[in-house]
Design a protein around this ligand. Structure first.
Ligand code: NI
Length: 389
């Protein structure tokens, strides 16, 4: 039986699990209830469970046969700090928290794959089920890595997945190479000298300097980077002053950078520092940069991309698997894991509906079997069981 058909037999149970997570969302690095539910469900399947990996992370280990090759399957568990605006019967019961990115669905799909693989044992080797906390800019992947994820649970290949609204249900999209951008957040503090608003001659106006710095920062992408390197520098926040008649002491410029190679991110960081300090100095002010890499670029390995696409094509047919998805400027912290172990990240159709991070977003429960079956099939194909075994 195809994993898709086999997992469909558990569809009602998995849907109930997903909706319970949806009603009880937990923010990044505080997924206590979610992690315990996952751990308990894995234990009920006879899977070896490791709690507290990188905070609230959970790793399940399933072995079969004598093979030593290991595949890691990863899902994220956290919700977003926002209020839900749907009227679903299982909408969030927690104010200020909502599963608006479908991580409740991702968690459920990985659990569905664990259930199938624990029942069928149609593989030879080791599967690591990696339930990651804090994906939404909370450092969850790095926390698991710092807790020795791949030293304790070595993997030869790793696979991750994200639902995608407005892509048809039962379809997949992937590409080899850069697939999601690296992302950094920055704050630039401009320090001048405050004064009465009517006496600019005794001030060093940090607001005027901040305006010039903001304009000049747009030269980094257009003048310092190669036209072949796609990148973004967006100033999204400028804060300075509290009163109409006071020139403040400081102003702060904040924003985000996106890029597809770590070297380009480093070039942007260097450019932000040079432009901010140089322009501010021209006004007699000073500038200091705080630059934080939040997401590494997500780079799909060619071999794992092909293995993932081939597994998907077995489930739904070649025509429903796009292998040339254009890279997106969004970011994903599975990237940090893929810097350590070759892997691939695929998008799964969620059908029509609101986009992720929207208060009306809805994960489509009909996607659960497609996600779970793909996780399972990539294991069966990657850890092939001897037909005699
Ligand atoms: Ni997400």
């Amino acid at each position: 039986m195809s994993p898709l058909d086999a997992i469909r037999r558990h569809h009602a149970e998995l849907t109930a699990f997903r909706r319970d997570l949806h009603a009880h969302p937990e923010l990044g690095m505080a997924e206590f209830r979610t992690a315990e539910k996952v751990a308990t469900a894995l234990e009920a399947l006879g899977i070896e469970v490791h709690r507290g990996v990188g905070g609230t992370g959970v790793v399940g280990v399933l072995r079969n046969g004598s093979g030593n090759r290991a595949i890691g399957l990863r899902a994220d568990m956290d919700a977003l700090p926002m209020d839900e605006l749907t009227d679903l019967p299982y909408r969030s019961t927690v104010k200020g928290a909502m599963h608006a990115c479908g991580h409740d669905g991702h968690t459920t799909m990985l659990l569905g794959a664990a259930k199938y693989l624990a029942e069928t044992h149609n593989f030879d080797g080791i599967v690591h089920f990696i339930f990651q906390p804090g994906e939404e800019g909370c450092g969850g992947a790095l926390a698991m890595l710092e807790d020795g994820l791949f030293e304790r649970f070595p993997c030869d290949a790793i696979y991750g997945m994200h639902n995608r609204p407005n892509m048809p249900l039962g379809e997949y999209a992937i590409n080899s190479g850069p697939t999601a951008a690296g992302g950094a957040f920055f704050d630039i503090t401009i320090t001048g000298k405050g004064s009465h608003g009517a006496r600019p001659e005794v001030s060093i106006d940090p607001v005027l300097a901040a305006c010039h710095v903001t304009t000049a920062l747009q030269s980094i992408v257009s003048r310092n980077l190669s036209p072949r390197d796609a990148a973004v520098v967006s100033v999204t926040k400028v804060v300075g002053g509290d009163a109409y008649n006071v020139i403040p002491e400081t102003a702060v410029i904040s924003g985000t950078a996106r890029f597809f190679a770590r070297e380009v991110g480093a070039q942007i960081e260097e450019g932000l520092k040079r432009v901010a300090e140089g322009v501010a100095a021209g006004f007699g002010a000073s500038a200091s940069l705080d630059y934080r890499l939040i997401f590494a670029p997500t780079i799909n390995d060619a071999e794992q991309t092909e293995a993932y696409a081939a597994a998907a094509a077995e489930l739904v047919g070649d025509a429903k698997v796009a292998r040339d998805k254009p890279p997106g400027m969004g970011s994903e912290d599975f990237s940090f894991m893929m810097e350590r172990v070759p892997g691939a990240y695929i998008y799964l159709g969620n059908g029509d509906g609101a986009m992720p991070h929207n208060p009306r977003y809805q994960f489509n429960d009909e996607a659960i079997p497609y996600g779970a079956a793909l996780y399972a099939r990539v294991v069966e194909k990657g850890l092939v069981k001897d037909s005699k075994g």
